[in-house]
Design a protein around this ligand. Structure first.
Ligand SMILES: [Zn+2]
Length: 305
């Protein structure tokens, strides 16, 4: 009898594990399928606009690093998103424990959505404030990722593309992504902004970042200093000395104007892209592990200068 029960128990356990594994595999498979459809759609859409309106005409049909960037395209919404979520959870738990909030989901949720002067504003007003605040924080975190040698190790991966186009936007190290999102989300939640309003901007910012890298010559004429354009952002990626460490904003160039880093000449566009004095590997694995590698002291000195 006991043997039968043990066997039945083992059978049920085995079945449960099998269901869990299959459910996970099918969820992952569905996610990868969705991403596969998305990348084909994006290749068609941006392929067309970059073909008909190129900022820089390509000599070769296929640019360097396409395979590496396709891998990054699948890594960003899976691995990087997971790392970012985990980082935000850890920071929220630390803050909650310091604030004396119970460390269970309901108490933390109640704290994050507590009534404050800020959260009682109309949703639209909160949305505008969050939009500007997110870019203000992104401006400074981006600037720090350039100016601090330790942070530059991670951000240099993003700047390693020598041909900037829509697909090069996804080449972002997971810890660069997690670092930026943590410093964006935490202060706003602490101030009392609604987490749903904050999270609502993530898809928009992600899509806009993809478009900003597109190889198109658009700069929006009179709105060039108001909204970030592909030309504005590609100055940020140039190796031409006049554009180095300029144009950090992701959405509002006037942030750069306020903080003294705007560079947006009316009469020309940047022509060369990448990083000076540093060789980031071309492969996905090489780029993922690049920040953790030992490097010559001279290279550190160049960046620290
Ligand atoms: Zn940058």
């Amino acid at each position: 009898m006991a043997r039968i029960i043990t066997r039945a128990g083992l059978g049920v356990l085995g079945l449960l594990i099998a269901v869990a594994v299959i459910a996970n595999i099918s969820t992952a498979a569905a996610k990868f399928f969705g991403l596969g459809v998305a990348i084909v759609g994006l290749f068609i859409f941006f392929g067309l606009i970059e073909h008909f309106f190129p900022a820089i005409k390509r000599e070769k049909r296929r640019r360097k690093g396409v395979v590496t960037d396709v891998i990054w395209f699948f890594v960003d919404p899976t691995v990087s998103k997971g790392v970012t979520t985990a980082a935000i959870v850890v920071v929220v738990l630390i803050i909650a424990s310091i604030a004396g909030v119970h460390l269970d989901k309901d108490s933390i949720n109640t704290f994050a959505r507590r009534d404050t002067l800020i959260s009682s504003q109309p949703a639209l007003l909160q949305g505008v404030e969050v939009f500007v605040a997110l870019d203000l924080i992104a401006y400074w975190s981006h600037r720090m990722f350039h100016r601090r040698a330790l942070l530059w190790r991670y951000h240099s991966v993003h700047h390693s593309s020598t041909e900037v186009d829509w697909l090069s936007s996804v080449r972002v190290h997971p810890l660069n992504e997690a670092g930026t999102r943590v410093v964006q989300a935490i202060p706003l939640v602490l101030l009392g902004y609604n987490p749903t309003v904050i999270a609502g901007f993530v898809p928009l910012l992600t899509l806009y970042a993809i478009y900003l890298h597109a190889n198109v010559p658009w700069s929006y004429g009179p709105l060039r200093y108001v909204i970030a354009s592909p030309v504005f952002h590609r100055w940020h990626h140039t190796t031409e000395l006049e554009g180095i460490d300029k144009d950090f904003a992701g959405m509002f160039p006037w942030m750069d104007a306020i903080f003294g880093t705007l560079y947006l000449p009316k009469d020309r566009q940047p022509m060369t892209f990448g990083i000076l004095n540093e060789a980031v590997p071309d492969t996905f694995w090489g780029q993922l592990t690049y920040p953790f590698r030992r490097r010559p002291a001279a290279e550190e000195a160049i960046k620290a200068a």
